[in-house]
Design a protein around this ligand. Structure first.
Ligand code: FAD
Length: 482
C-alpha cells in the first residue's frame, strides 16, 4: 500500500517508467536492483490511469456480481474486475451447484425465477413474496453453465463494464481514503480510480492490499476450513441413483445424512478411502450431477503454491473415485467426469475488520440490528480442519444452535480505510459466525446492500459510512426486479 503523489494523476507513477513509455508493458525495463538474497526492488514505472467509474467492484462471485448489477441499476457507472473468465465465483468457476439460505427477497428471487424459466434449477423454495419463511430452509440446485450465461446477460443489461482475467494486485490511499487500485491482465498493469470500491474477492484481497486489519481461519492464521473440488459428472441414469443424490427426492437433514453415508460406503466399496467423510451429489439436469467427494486440509487460501498443489491433488482424487465407481458397473456404469473447476472451492479466506464484527454471540443470541442488510439462518458449518479429525465426520457445529441473526451494514464497511465496502465471505466476522453466514444466500443480499450504498455514496459525494442504511435500503429496493 502506498500514498500517491497527487501532481501526476493521469500518469500514475508505479515502477518501470522507461518500460511503460517504450513498449506499454512488454518493453525493456530499467534493471531491478537486488535488495538482499531473496528480494529485488522493482524500478518505478508509469501505469495508465482510468477514472471513468463511480463504483469499482473487485471479484465477481455471488456477492460481487450482485453488487455490480445493483449499483449499475441504481444509476452508478460501474466497473467489475474478475480474475477468471466467468461471472459467479463459487457458483460457476468452482461449480458449486447448491444454493443455501436462499429464501430471501430481492436478487435471490430474481435469479431463482429466471433460472426456473430456463429449467436450470431444482428444489423448492419456501418463500412467498411478502410472507414470512417457513422452516426448514431447503437448498436449491442449479445448472452452473446456465448461471454463467444469466449473470452475463444481467450484467450487460445493467450496463456493468466487466473485465475478465483481471486480478487486483495493488491499492493506493490518500490518507485514510482508498483512491486507486492496480490490476494486472493481458492489457498489462492498469490503474483505476473511483470514489467507492467494493471488495468481493472472497479472500479480502483488496482490503489487505489497502492496509486493513484482517483475520483468517480460527483467528489470525489458519487452521482454516478445508478447500473442496466440486466436479460435474454424467451418470447413466440419475433416477437409479436417487437415494444417493441429495436435493432431488431427499431433502430433509436425516435423508441428507443417509445419502452421505450410502455414497461414502459406495466409494469405499469401489476401493477408495475418500478425503471427505460426507461425500455428496446434487442434481443439475437430467443425468448431470455435481459431486463433492474431496477435501483439502490445512491450506491457507492466500498461499498460491499450497492452493496449486491442493488443486492437483483434488483433481487426481476426483478422477480416481469416478474411475473406481465406473469399475463397479451397475448404477455406476459409464459414470464420467464432465468438468472439474479451474478454481478449487475456498471456504475460508481473509475477513476484513469492519465497523462491526459479527461474532459467535450474535449467532447464539440471534442479534438484531437497525442497519440489518440480511438475516442469516445457516447452521454453524465448520468442516473438519484435519482429515478424520473430528468426532462428527465431515463437519461440525460445536453444539451451537443458531438463532436467526442480523448482518449489519457496519460489518460491510472497512474500519481502517475509507471508501471501501466488503460483501460476501470476506466481511467482518469471527470464525464461527463466518462459518454460518458465508453461504451464497447471504452473499447476494450483502452484495445488494453494498452496491446500493456504494452507488448512493458516489452519487452524493459521501463516504459509505456516512450513508444511513435506511437510504441504502430504499435504493436497493428500487433496483429489484422480483
Ligand atoms: C466447497 C464449498 C462448498 C460450499 N457449499 C455451499 C453451498 O452448498 N451453498 C452455499 O450457498 N454456499 C456454499 N459455500 C459457501 C459459498 O460458496 C461462499 O461463501 C461464497 O462463495 C461467497 O461468495 P463470495 O462472492 O464472497 O466469494 P467467491 O464466490 O469466492 O467469489 C470471489 C470472486 O472474486 C474473484 N477474485 C478473487 N481474488 C481476486 C482478485 N485479486 N482480483 C479479481 N478477482 C478476484 C474470484 O475469482 C471469485 O470469482 C461453499 C463454499 C465452498 C468453497
Amino acid at each position: 500500500m502506498s500514498t500517491i503523489p497527487t501532481n501526476t494523476r493521469r500518469n500514475f507513477i508505479g515502477s518501470g517508467i522507461a518500460a511503460a513509455l517504450a513498449a506499454p508493458w512488454l518493453g525493456t525495463r530499467a534493471a531491478e536492483k537486488s535488495v538482499g538474497p531473496d528480494r529485488v526492488s522493482e524500478p518505478a514505472r508509469e501505469v495508465p490511469l482510468n477514472d471513468d467509474a463511480d463504483v469499482i467492484v473487485c471479484g465477481a462471485g455471488p456477492a460481487g456480481v450482485t453488487a455490480a448489477i445493483t449499483a449499475a441499476r441504481a444509476g452508478a457507472k460501474v466497473r467489475l474486475f474478475e480474475a477468471h473468465g466467468a461471472l459467479g465465483g463459487v457458483w460457476t468457476n468452482s461449480l458449486l451447484g447448491y444454493l443455501l439460505d436462499f429464501d430471501k427477497p430481492g436478487f435471490n428471487q430474481e435469479l431463482v425465477h429466471k433460472l426456473r424459466e430456463r429449467d436450470a434449477i431444482h428444489g423448492g423454495v419456501n418463500y412467498t413474496p411478502g410472507k414470512a419463511f417457513t422452516a426448514p430452509i431447503q437448498g436449491l440446485t442449479y445448472h452452473p453453465e446456465e448461471m454463467k450465461l444469466l449473470l452475463e446477460e444481467l450484467a450487460v443489461l445493467a450496463g456493468v463494464k466487466v473485465q475478465f482475467h483481471t486480478r487486483v494486485v495493488a491499492a493506493h490511499r490518500e490518507g485514510r481514503r482508498l483512491t486507486t487500485i492496480v490490476t494486472e491482465s493481458k492489457s498489462g498493469r492498469q490503474a483505476w480510480r473511483a470514489p467507492v470500491f467494493i471488495d468481493t474477492t472472497g479472500d479480502g484481497d483488496l482490503g489487505a492490499l489497502a492496509g486493513c486489519e484482517f483475520e483468517i481461519g480460527i483467528e489470525k492464521a489458519c487452521p482454516c476450513q478445508p478447500l473442496s473440488m466440486v466436479a460435474l459428472l454424467l451418470v447413466k441414469d440419475a433416477r437409479a441413483l436417487s437415494d444417493l443424490i441429495f436435493g432431488d427426492t431427499s431433502t430433509s437433514p436425516s435423508e441428507e445424512a443417509k445419502a452421505h453415508k450410502a455414497l461414502f460406503a459406495e466409494i469405499q466399496r469401489a476401493g477408495v478411502d475418500p478425503s471427505y467423510a460426507r461425500p455428496i451429489m446434487f442434481p443439475v439436469r437430467g443425468n448431470l450431477v455435481t459431486a463433492m467427494f474431496n477435501h483439502e486440509y490445512g491450506i491457507n487460501a492466500t498461499d498460491a503454491a499450497a492452493v496449486s498443489e491442493a488443486t492437483m491433488r483434488a483433481r487426481r482424487e476426483v478422477n480416481q473415485i469416478v474411475r473406481a465407481l465406473r469399475q463397479l458397473g451397475g448404477v455406476w456404469e459409464g459414470i464420467q467426469v464432465v468438468a472439474t473447476p479451474e478454481q478449487i472451492g475456498i471456504r475460508d479466506g481473509r475477513r476484513i475488520v469492519g465497523r462491526y464484527v459479527v461474532r459467535k454471540e450474535d449467532v447464539i443470541n440471534g442479534a438484531g440490528h437497525e442497519d440489518s442488510v440480511v438475516k442469516a439462518h445457516g447452521p454453524v458449518d465448520v468442516h473438519a480442519l484435519k482429515r478424520g479429525a473430528d468426532s462428527v465426520p465431515g463437519y461440525a457445529n460445536f453444539g451451537i444452535q443458531v438463532q436467526p441473526y442480523d448482518i449489519p451494514l457496519r460489518a460491510l464497511i472497512a474500519r481502517d480505510v475509507d471508501g471501501l465496502l466488503m460483501a460476501g465471505r470476506c466481511i467482518s466476522g469471527d470464525f464461527i459466525a463466518h462459518s454460518s453466514y458465508r453461504v451464497t444466500g447471504n452473499a447476494v443480499p450483502m452484495g445488494e446492500a453494498a452496491g446500493a450504498v456504494a452507488a448512493l455514496a458516489a452519487q452524493t459525494k459521501r463516504l459509505p459510512h456516512e450513508v444511513p442504511w435506511a437510504e441504502g435500503a430504499a435504493v436497493a429496493a428500487k433496483t429489484r426486479r422480483a
